[in-house]
Unconditional design. Structure first.
Length: 310
């Protein structure tokens, strides 16, 4: 993990440009809105079917003394015979939901024409999902493209885990904003880092526009999809989806300003975002489109749907 201290952008007056760990922590109320205690025991199953978990887990957890109300079927015969006192074996759910959030803060993500930068929108959605996961007892980690070194947080559970994730995400974003340089490094090293943090059957959620991901990205992603459950949050700015011809002012993080002309294009030169999602879905990698201009209130139900199938 990068150890350099992040510049203090928390008090910046441009929340659509800078990330604040405090603001990301505050998204917790949106993530859990409308979630009753009963629905927190839901588990996503293949086919998008959501069902309650039934019974006890099958993985042994501990042996303890019998107490009134324990199920006699759980009596541990060996411990009982050895001590002459009734003992029961407890079990836990073998479904350990470990999720790594991959946040793309490379230079191409530091772009936006409505409400916020694409990088900020990706962070908001990933944090909303993270809050839902830890609220359901899962573990959350982070791999974030930053300045010169990626920021890594190992998966853990509870509010403490989200405090680490949101703080690291804000740090990584600040370092990315301060980085001088326009080229996008490949995303493949981040995939490799995320793979090392997850057990087989773990979950990887990528928040990115996937601009210039690297020559080997698609191949490695397809290989990892055989071992991990991978989901894409493909970030889209309104200017990308519909670009009327004209002159557009711009500003860069280093203070430069100017104007760029956008001409009418007879035919898109790149596949649209929905076509890209369909292509990944054919390879078993599901995803959704995240519109930057919509904001966290609109992202929350999208993350609820995504959470149900993780």
């Amino acid at each position: 993990m990068a150890s350099t201290a992040a510049p203090d952008h928390a008090n910046d007056t441009h929340p659509g440009i800078h990330l604040s760990g405090e603001v990301l922590m505050g998204l917790r109320h949106l993530a859990r809105r409308g979630v009753s205690p009963a629905t927190r025991t839901l588990a996503g199953l293949p086919g998008g079917i959501v069902t309650r978990r039934r019974g006890r887990g099958s993985e042994p957890d501990d042996v303890r003394l019998w107490s009134e109300g324990d199920d006699r079927r759980h009596i541990d015969r060996n411990a009982t015979a050895r001590t002459g006192i009734l003992h029961v074996r407890t079990h836990h759910d073998e479904r350990d939901r470990a999720v790594v959030l991959l946040a793309d803060f490379r230079p191409s993500m530091l772009f936006g024409t409505r409400r916020a930068l694409r990088s900020v929108a990706a962070a908001e959605a990933l944090v909303l999902l993270g809050w839902r996961i830890v609220g359901d007892g899962g573990r959350v980690g982070l791999v974030a493209a930053s300045g010169t070194e990626p920021v890594v947080v190992r998966p853990a559970g509870g509010e403490r885990a989200m405090t680490a994730v949101t703080g690291a995400m804000a740090q990584a974003h600040a370092a990315a904003l301060d980085l001088t340089g326009n080229g996008d490094p490949p995303l493949t090293p981040l995939l490799t880092l995320a793979q090392g943090l997850l057990p087989s059957g773990g979950h990887l959620v990528i928040g990115s526009a996937l601009d210039a991901p690297g020559e080997d990205f698609d191949r490695l992603l397809t290989v990892l999809a055989e071992r991990l459950s991978i989901r894409l949050i493909l970030v889209s700015d309104a200017f990308e989806r519909r670009r009327p011809p004209g002159f557009y002012p711009f500003a860069t993080p280093d203070g430069r300003r100017g104007t760029v002309q956008a001409a009418r294009s007879a035919k898109p030169t790149e596949p649209g975002i929905d076509e890209r999602l369909a292509d990944y879905a054919r390879r078993g990698i599901e995803g959704l489109r995240l519109d930057v201009e919509a904001g966290p209130e609109s992202y929350a139900p999208l993350m609820e749907r995504l959470d149900a199938v993780l």
